[in-house]
Each structure stands twice: as C-alpha cells, then as structure tokens.
Design a protein around this ligand. Structure first.
Ligand code: EPU
Length: 445
C-alpha cells in the first residue's frame, strides 16, 4: 500500500470486455483463521493478492503460524508452529481479523491477547456479540486500553446462544468456538451469508460436525480435533456486483467470470428491475450490460439473503444515472453514506436523511444517523478530484470517474487496494483509461 499514489481516470467511454473475479476477501481471511484450528497444514487456493490478506498473514505469522505463499494465488498455512497467543499491538486497528483470532486461538492457549480491531469506518462496528459469545462458551474476557484478553481455566464448553443480530463476524466467532468446544452448541439468529456457508463447508471438511437448518439456527457437535484441508476460495460476489454496476453505469458490456450466480441473489433482480441486462454464459460467467433507459429503485440493504450493504455504493452510483427518484435505506451500518455527499463534485444530486425511508423501521430509527439516501437522476457527470473514505466507496468513485467526461483523480487508493486486487491492469483491459500515478506529479492532488 502506498499513500502517495492516486488513480487518474479518463472517463466518458463504455467499459467493455471480460474480467475474472478474484477470490472473496470476506471468506479468504476467515479461511486463513480457520486453518489455525487444524492439526495439520491447510492449502488455500484462489486467495486474492490484496492488502487485507497480507495483514491477516502478518497476524498469523505474529503468533508463530507458518504462512507460505506458494504462488500469487495460493497460501499454505501450517498451524503446528503456532507458539504464542499474544498478537502484538503494532497490528492494532488493522482489520477485523484480531477479534476472530481471539476465539480461534483460545482452543490452543489458556490466555489470548489481541489488539483492537480496525476495518472501514462505516459505523461503530461494536464487537460486544463476539465477547459475549466467548463468555457463554466459558471464557473470561477483559477489555484493556490496547485490546482484548480472553482466558479459560478448562476447555471451552458448548452452549446455546441467540445472537441479538445476525452478525457475520459474531457467527464466525461462534463457529470457531463451537467446533472444538466440548459437547453441543446451538447458535440462533446466525448470519447465513454465502461466505459463512463456505466457512461451514471448510470446517466440515476439516472434520467439524455442523448442521444447518431452514432458518438461522446452526447446530454444532464439538469434536476433539480438526485436520488441515485444501480449500478453494469462492469468487467474490461483491467484486462481481461492482463490475456489473460499472458496465451498466458506463453503458458498456462486461462478462464477469468466476462468480457463482446464486451468491448474487437479489442483486440480479434489482439490477434487471432498473434496466440492467444479464446473460448467464458458461458456469460461473455472467454478462452484464444496459437494457435501455435506467429506471429508479427503492432499495433496503439487509443481511443475507437481502441486498448486501457491500453492494450499496456501486449500486447507488448506478442510480445517479437512472431517470427519477431512488431511495436507498442502509440498515446494516449506521454511517455508510459519507461518500455520497462528496459525489456532488461529479454532479450527483443526493440527499441524506436520518429517517427510515422506503421500508420498515430499522435499528437506527430515531438515532440521528443519516442512513437513508435520496438520489435524483440522471445527472451527467463531470470529471473531479475525489478522496476515497472507505473500501466500497472507493469502487463507487471509480465508477463515477468512468462515467464522468474528462480526467478525474482519485486519491486514498490504499483503502481500495485493501480489498480489490490488480485494479489497474484488470480495468485497463476493459477499455477504462486508468493509470496509477504519483500524487506529487499531479496538480491539485
Ligand atoms: N454488530 C454489533 N456487535 C457485534 C458485531 C456486529 O453491534 O458484536 C453490528 C455492527 O456494528 C453492524 C452489524 O452488526 O452494524 C453487522 O456487522 P457484522 O458483524 O455482520 O459485520 P462484520 O463481520 O464486521 C462483515 C464484512 C463486511 C460486511 C459485513 C456485513 C468482513 C471482513 N467484513 O463485517 O464487509 O459489510 O460483514 O455483511 O467479512 C467490506 O467488505 O467492505 C465490509 C465492510
């Protein structure tokens, strides 16, 4: 990552061509941590070469696990060399992994210390469900100025937990805790995102006994040991949706490879409802294009199978080009619209409100968070300079710059490169005029 670089994009041309999705960031990191639970090495393939994977590899290495890059897309993780349970503070605020490590390592050590978690600043992103889960499994957790310390005096014991909200991270914590805990656990109101289901598949392959149900309950029978596995990271559904929005917003035509269509769920329906076109090609390939004039939409982000909060930003970008008034209600994070205000420099007409617009009242009702957006389109975009505030907003800005006529500059690309790999060559091959340039060389950056 380098703070002194920016993207220079000359927009106004349709983005056309083919792109392969990288492995899903939000599964790759969890799979790396799951590998620590095995008694033999795991091989992970289709691992994206992105900042968040590097950070997680550093965290694993810091406790003594051996992380070996076999090639650009494969990691071999040997948990048997793990030697300490103290994740050093320099990793403080890096990403979401430290809180997941707390439970994974607690099976191997009687005391584990991890630094505070980081990740995009899109809301409070509390971790109280994680800490409560560790306590329910028999651990004791202290919060210190520098992070969290979990202890246990005996092996963790299975339990019944109802999560207050189907949190992805807290569900992962419960899975890490439950698979090697003594006896049975039931996790109610669990998250069921595709990345969670994939983690369950990986843990099962390692020897875990986990039963899913028609609802949000997960039943786990703890086992004494798990073994290493070979796991291929599934294609990133957030990347796929981003490329779909880029194709449609720029009036282009893009075939995305390496994504399971079912993981895109309602996205494909909203996409077609507003005038996007899709064509299923061979297995794992979808063509995205525009089917005439774009229409507005009312969208509410939600936990799976709802419309993912991580699709919200590229889709909002698309809605700036739709004819009429669109509404987007963000119900997962209270503060994920900061980027939208900045879009006015490109020419977007948007308004934020603290009300729950367009759907049912959500957890953020009456809390003064600007978590609903009104988007008035279509507005022609003109080139501008923007600074990325968080990962997904970064991709939305790329779409904005691709639509805008003229040369835009996008700074803060270190946020984007934490989650999207090889952006410049992959997008340049689809006719997007994009370059990575040194900021000093650019006027006005
Ligand atoms: N929450 C709590 N307490 C907790 C845990 C969560 O109040 O202990 C709240 C959060 O504050 C938030 C909501 O529950 O309002 C959902 O949080 P969740 O735990 O589901 O999110 P996460 O595990 O921290 C992952 C992804 C996010 C994605 C969300 C929702 C990773 C590394 N991150 O975060 O991805 O938005 O699930 O699907 O898996 C991204 O990729 O850009 C990104 C932010």
């Amino acid at each position: 990552m380098n703070n002194s670089y920016a993207y220079r994009i000359e927009g106004g041309y349709p983005v056309m061509g083919e792109i392969a999705c990288l492995g899903a960031k939000n599964f790759a990191i969890k799979a790396m941590i799951a590998a620590l639970l095995g008694e033999s090495p795991s091989l992970l393939t289709n691992v994206p070469a992105i900042g968040d994977v590097d950070i997680t590899a550093e965290l694993l290495t810091s406790v003594g696990a051996t992380v070996e890059r076999i090639d650009n897309m494969s990691l071999r993780i040997d948990p048997t060399t793990t030697s300490t349970s103290i994740v050093p503070v320099p990793h403080s605020g890096s990403n979401r992994a430290p809180i997941l490590l707390l439970s994974a390592l607690l099976h191997h050590f009687e005391s584990v210390a991890v630094p505070v978690v980081g990740g995009c600043k899109i809301g409070a992103r509390a971790i109280d469900f994680h800490l409560e889960a560790i306590r329910e499994f028999g651990g004791v957790v202290d919060e210190t100025d520098e992070g969290y310390v979990a202890r246990r005096v005996r092996p963790l014991k299975g339990t019944a937990i109802e999560l207050p909200y189907p949190s992805v991270g807290a569900t992962e914590t419960c899975l890490y805790l439950g698979v090697l805990a003594e006896g049975r656990s039931v996790i109610s109101n669990a998250a069921i995102e595709p990345e969670i289901m994939e983690l369950i598949t990986m843990l099962r392959a390692m020897g875990a006994i986990i039963f899913t149900t028609p609802g949000r309950d997960l039943h786990i029978e703890g086992v004494r040991r798990l073994k290493g596995v070979h796991m291929e990271v599934l294609g990133d559904r957030i990347e796929a949706a981003s490329w779909a929005c880029l194709a449609c917003a720029s009036n282009g035509d893009v075939t995305v490879h390496g994504v399971r269509p079912e993981t895109l769920g309602n996205f494909l329906s909203y996409y077609q409802q507003i005038g996007g076109g899709i064509e299923l090609k061979s297995v794992g390939s979808i063509r995205f294009f525009r089917n005439g004039e774009l229409r507005p939409a009312v969208i509410e982000t939600d936990v799976y199978p709802g419309f993912s909060t991580d699709w919200q930003q590229p889709f909002a970008m698309l809605l700036t080009q739709a004819h009429g008034v669109s509404i987007v209600h963000e119900t997962v994070y209270e503060n994920r619209f900061g980027y939208l205000k900045d879009l006015s420099v490109l020419g977007a007409h948007t308004q934020l409100t603290t009300h729950c617009l367009g759907g049912a009242a959500c957890r953020f009702r009456d809390k003064n968070y600007e978590h609903s957006a009104i988007i008035l389109g279509p507005t022609p975009f003109k080139a501008a300079s923007l600074t990325i505030p968080d990962l997904r907003a970064g991709l939305a800005y790329i779409i904005g710059a691709a639509v805008a006529r003229g040369t835009s500059h996008i700074a803060g690309i270190e946020y984007l490169e934490r989650g999207y790999g090889d952006i410049v060559p992959r997008l340049a091959s689809m006719n997007l005029q994009i370059e990575r340039v040194k900021i000093e060389a650019e006027r006005g950056m």
